[in-house]
Design a protein around this ligand. Structure first.
Ligand code: FE2
Ligand code: FE2
Length: 316
């Protein structure tokens, strides 16, 4: 059946009504092509970030300072793999194929979060990533639990619970180091100095420079602007830094009584642009490792397909 103009109109009206009433759009429902394309791009980028995000911390798995720290870090990395899987599955409900998304990541046609292009130089980085990077991810992701697209919103509920564990393990690791030696405290401060600004950049460019925000908010994919989420993160994190006993590397940081929030300095947006363009400290290494893992795993995919084919034949 070809949709007539009035038929198309009715479908659009229904979509708008569902979104407007804060109900969920489901895979079988009609949706505007641009809505579908926006979600595919966002969910794929999110899934890629979970998978690539295992690399910076995975770097420390073989050198964790104790069995306990190793078990915790391993559990966290496995959680991130799980997040990637839920999210690729959510993307597939929009009619794309996971293999195709992986190809696009490896070819550089799709992005992942800029934060994972920075190196992890000491074990304190594991703690700071949990505290700041997972903390920023929580600020970004909690509102996504109310995203208008059902499969994405539902995936986010479980992901957020696990992210909250990640943040706590990071903070607990840092508290332990801060109770240690002078050298351990210096290691924490150094990691905070390196990760603070990249963490603020995780919320994306400033609102004036974020052309897609308005439409994503109208579709209720996004609930808050980049700058609102960044502010929320700073307000949440400053008291935690004080309790921990570290200094955030921003001389402009000051409590604003009038606004009831923290004023803070401007991140170096030219650095973010460079990292997004592929010129961050570890971009090439991250994608190369992902490509190698994908190629090394080819035999597993081939074996699974051969096994499925054999089962299909024997069932005939
Ligand atoms: Fe995650
Ligand atoms: Fe996480």
């Amino acid at each position: 059946m070809t949709a007539t103009d009035s038929g198309e109109r009715a479908l659009e009206d229904r979509f708008e009504a569902v979104v407007g009433a804060d109900q969920r759009v489901e895979p079988r429902d009609w949706m505007p092509e641009a809505y579908r394309a926006t979600l595919v791009r966002q969910i794929a980028q999110h899934a890629h970030s979970e998978i690539i995000g295992m690399q910076p911390e995975g770097n420390w798995l073989t050198r964790a300072p104790s069995l306990r720290r190793k078990a915790i870090l391993l559990a966290k990395a496995q959680d991130e793999a799980g997040h990637g899987l839920y999210l690729y599955a959510a993307a597939e409900t929009l009619g794309v194929d996971r293999a195709e998304l992986t190809e696009k990541l490896i070819d550089g046609r799709q992005k992942y979060s800029s934060i994972f292009n920075y190196p992890t130089l000491t074990f304190a980085d594991v703690g700071v990533i949990g505290w700041l990077v997972d903390g920023a991810a929580i600020c970004n992701q909690v509102p996504l639990c109310r995203c208008s697209y059902g499969p994405y919103a539902r995936a986010m509920v479980r992901i957020c619970k696990e992210e909250s564990f990640h943040q706590r393990q990071g903070y607990e690791l840092l508290m332990t180091l801060m109770r240690g030696t002078e050298a351990q405290r210096a290691m924490v401060q150094d990691a905070v100095d390196r990760w603070w600004w990249p963490s603020l950049m995780m919320f994306g460019p400033p609102d004036g420079d974020s052309p897609n925000t308005e439409r994503s908010m109208a579709w209720r994919i996004k609930r808050h602007t980049n700058d609102e989420l960044r502010q929320r993160f700073v307000d949440m994190t400053v008291p935690q830094a004080q309790h921990l006993g570290v200094t955030l590397p921003d001389p402009a940081l000051a409590w604003n009584e009038e606004r009831g929030g923290w004023d803070f300095g401007e991140p170096d947006w030219s650095e973010l642009k460079q990292v997004i363009k592929g010129n961050g400290p570890c971009n090439a290494e991250r994608v190369e490792r992902r490509r190698a893992a994908h190629e090394d795993g080819a035999w597993v995919r081939e074996a699974a397909l051969a096994h499925a084919e054999k089962k299909r034949r024997s069932a005939q």
